[in-house]
Write a protein that binds this ligand. Structure first.
Ligand SMILES: Nc1ncnc2c1ncn2[C@@H]1O[C@H](COP(=O)(O)OP(=O)(O)OP(=O)(O)O)[C@@H](O)[C@H]1O
Ligand SMILES: O=C(O)[C@H](O)[C@@H](O)[C@H](O)[C@H](O)CO
Length: 162
């Protein structure tokens, strides 16, 4: 059985965080929170207009997701958040001590770009993918899984490694 903990599912836009996060939370019977829906309106507008977010834009959003983690410590939770830089991961993990884990969905630019171009009804333009890779600081201490497999296999891979 997987320990109750806060799992931050991280990776660039289009790496599959929302898709995998829902399946993982279902399988573990953890509550699920999608960081996409915690952005202030101004952030969503900025991304829609094709501009990447900066550190200041992300600050309050990361703090809010940290609070969500703290509030759900007793049940465990899956929280989707790109978590691109180390300093963002420090904000997210504040006061969660050893009760949280980053799970990194790793894939190539080419694979993710092709998935983003197929994706419908989402505010994040595929054209922002390069800026996401530019900001990405590969985590050294995350549980890392390849996204070049089916969603079910990715979820099983994560659970095996937890
Ligand atoms: N393992 C997979 N195999 C094939 N397609 C996938 C896989 N995972 C996700 N997808 C598809 O790739 C697209 C991006 O996935 P998703 O929206 O879950 O990514 P995301 O990381 O949550 O993106 P964002 O951060 O922009 O919200 C979606 O259209 C989804 O259906
Ligand atoms: O940190 C960021 O640049 C943003 O959070 C993006 O990653 C979006 O939230 C999301 O991925 C778009 O759907």
């Amino acid at each position: 059985m997987v320990k109750k903990q806060i799992l931050f599912l991280m990776g660039v836009s289009g790496s599959g965080k929302s898709t995998i996060g829902k399946l993982l939370a279902d399988k573990l019977q953890f509550p699920f929170f999608d960081g996409d829906s915690f952005h202030p309106e101004a952030n969503v507008k900025k991304m829609k207009e094709g501009h990447p977010l900066n550190d200041d834009d992300r600050q309050g959003w990361l703090e809010k997701l940290n609070e969500v983690g703290i509030e759900n410590l007793s049940t465990g939770a899956v929280i989707v958040c790109s978590s691109l830089k180390q300093k963002y991961r420090t904000i997210l993990g504040k006061n969660l001590e050893n009760n949280h884990q980053f799970v990194y969905l790793e894939g190539s630019f080419e694979l993710i770009d092709s998935r983003l171009r197929e994706r419908k009804n989402h505010y994040m333009p595929a054209g922002l993918l390069q800026s996401q890779f530019d900001d990405l600081e590969t985590p050294l201490d995350a549980l890392t899984v390849s996204i070049d497999q089916t969603p079910d296999d990715i979820v099983n891979d994560i659970i095996e490694k937890l």
